[in-house]
Design a protein around this ligand. Structure first.
Ligand code: B12
Ligand code: SF4
Length: 491
């Protein structure tokens, strides 16, 4: 997007996609060095995982020989961690916060022409040992006016792509990082591209590159109850069907926004997977996180998606502040009653491990701080906080999660096997059953041993559960399952 914007403003731009191409630090630095002419270097800092890599790349680059005039950072993590980044990365000149579509070309031209870039809105920089953030915020009001994304970095050998069709969400979930990013004060809660603009881009990509599968990256594709949001979704489906594009796509939305007619229409247009943030089967928890959807709404949405024959992904978080063995049991039973047997992607083992992450600055963070819950900054992610948890829950997770990880690995292997679809579905369902049955079974064992102190508990639990149940029992079951059906790669 930024590349397309810069080109529109008359600058050349090159994208080096180190992440998807698995480039080493040396390879990344080499590719940057090979780009000719004076440069403004920008790094996308989506998460903290890339910070040390950026640091190493910057160390390897010869700024004079490469004629690097300015280094800037942007993206989710950069937006909320400008102080940390500017203090740690001495070679970085600026961080541009939030949606930078409009500011970025101005920064490029200010640097190119030697103008003062510090007056631009939403820019953080160092001054006299302090980090200053310039006032103001810009964002595109009409997403149809954005240039189409520069996709020159995408692999030519794939028929899949990411696409953005809207920004923001009207929800107010207390843990949500996305709305902290895209719902700033004074901004409309949801901005969108017209159905025509999306389908035009898809038509062009189908013709030029044979792209037939899309991950729609929007937080909330359906936008809300407002008329134009639903109208747009129907219009999008109409246009895909009319143009006969034979496209498959995945999207995320809220459970309270779907209805059977819309689902059927989108399915006929190519919708294959829907991600719903169900989060929990507990009414009081849904209220406490301000989900804006009830347990009944969630159950109805799950049923509608199942009935429409669309595969389902779920946001679900049984592990959260205040979780007990009993609340875990209730959450697992909710999944057992309402989700078992659904076409789940990637599989129930993920939902059974789901954790509420507390981001710095989120309403959840503030509530927990006010309640006096002990929290500790997570050293790896930096902008997330770990919170005090019940010791029995911690022990249970230590034992149960490795099993679920093994089941998930098996599910991914099965998803990648070249076997008939119906057989794949049967295996996935069997693995989901294993994940649920083992988790409920392990919980029952933990309940039986609940009188033991921590060290005896770990001593007793680790051997019977981890070695017998996980290493032998689960693996043997998966193997049996595969052998019974005589599955092999390339079947
Ligand atoms: C698609 C996606 C991915 C794809 C990206 C594919 C690709 N080739 O682009 C993949 C699968 C690779 C991915 C990986 C990861 N992701 Co991701 N991803 C997303 C998702 C769904 C959409 C991002 C997107 O494309 N948005 C559309 C574009 C237009 O918007 P944007 O990226 O925000 O860019 C704007 C600004 O951020 C800014 N900007 C972005 N880059 C840059 C660079 C510069 C120089 C500047 C100045 C500005 C700038 O300007 C843009 C225009 O305004 C978001 C959630 C969401 N709905 O946004 C999560 C999200 C960004 N991902 C997230 C995470 C955690 C990860 C992973 C760490 C997951 C993991 N455990 O491996 C990795 C990290 C990868 C990395 N290199 O750091 C989190 C980040 C949370 C955080 N920072 O605390 C998010 C918010 C999801 C979430 N809520 O948890 N992800
Ligand atoms: S519905 Fe999803 S995107 Fe919207 S506020 Fe809640 S968690 Fe965030």
């Amino acid at each position: 997007m930024l590349s397309a914007y810069s080109r529109r403003s008359g600058f050349q731009s090159v994208i080096v996609d180190a992440y998807s191409n698995n480039l080493t630090i040396e390879e990344t630095a080499k590719r940057i060095s090979a780009i000719k002419g004076p440069k403004l270097l920008g790094f996308a800092v989506m998460s903290s995982h890339v910070v040390s890599r950026i640091e190493s790349v910057l160390t390897l680059l010869d700024f004079n020989a490469c004629d690097i005039r300015h280094v800037t950072l942007g993206g989710y993590f950069a937006t909320f961690n400008q102080d940390f980044l500017l203090q740690r990365l001495g070679k970085v000149n600026s961080v541009i916060r939030f949606e930078v579509d409009q500011v970025f070309p101005h920064l490029v031209s200010a640097v190119a022409e030697g103008h003062d870039w510090k007056v631009l809105p939403g820019i953080a920089y160092r001054q006299d040992g302090k980090v200053i953030v310039s006032a103001g915020l810009t964002y595109p009001h009409n997403l149809d006016e954005l240039p189409l994304a520069d996709r020159s970095f995408e692999r030519p050998d794939t028929n899949e792509a990411y696409i953005q069709t809207s920004r923001g969400c009207y929800g107010k979930c207390t843990f949500c990082l996305n709305i902290m990013f895209s719902n700033q004060e004074g901004m409309p809660t949801w901005r969108y591209r017209s159905a025509e603009s999306i389908v035009d881009e898809m038509t062009r990509l189908a013709k030029d590159r044979g792209i037939r599968k899309y991950n729609i990256v929007d937080e909330n594709f359906l936008g809300g109850r407002q008329k134009d949001a639903r109208w747009r979704a129907h219009r999008f489906a109409d246009l895909l069907i009319k143009n006969n594009l034979e496209i498959k796509f995945r999207l995320s939305c809220r459970a309270n926004d779907i209805d059977s007619d819309l689902l059927a229409h989108l399915r006929d247009a190519g919708l294959i997977n829907i991600l719903l943030g169900i989060e929990s089967g507990s009414s009081s928890f849904l209220r406490s996180i301000k989900k804006g959807a009830t347990v009944n709404t969630n159950m109805a949405a799950i049923k509608m998606v199942r009935d429409a024959g669309i595969s389902l992904s779920l946001g679900f978080m049984p592990y959260r502040p205040g979780t007990t063995l009993d609340s875990l049991d209730a959450e697992f039973r909710f999944l057992d009653d309402h989700v078992r047997g659904a076409r789940l992607s990637p599989g129930l083992s993920q939902q059974l491990r789901g954790q509420l992450w507390v981001y710095e600055g989120s309403p959840e963070y503030r509530t927990l701080s006010q309640k006096g819950v002990r929290m500790q900054r997570d050293a790896n992610t930096r902008n997330m906080f770990r919170y005090a948890e019940c010791s029995k829950v911690v022990m249970f997770r230590q034992v149960n999660n490795p099993l679920l990880e093994m089941i998930e690995a098996a599910a991914i292997e099965i998803a990648n096997m070249r076997i008939p679809h119906t057989r794949r579905m049967a295996y996935q369902r069997a693995l989901d059953g294993l994940a649920l049955d083992s988790s409920l079974g392990n919980l029952a064992v933990f309940h039986r041993h609940s009188k033991m102190d921590q060290s005896t508990f770990i001593k007793h639990a680790r051997h019977p559960l981890v070695e017998e149940v996980s290493d032998i029992h689960i693996l043997a079951q998966i193997e049996n399952l595969l052998q019974r059906h005589d599955v092999s790669n390339g079947d």
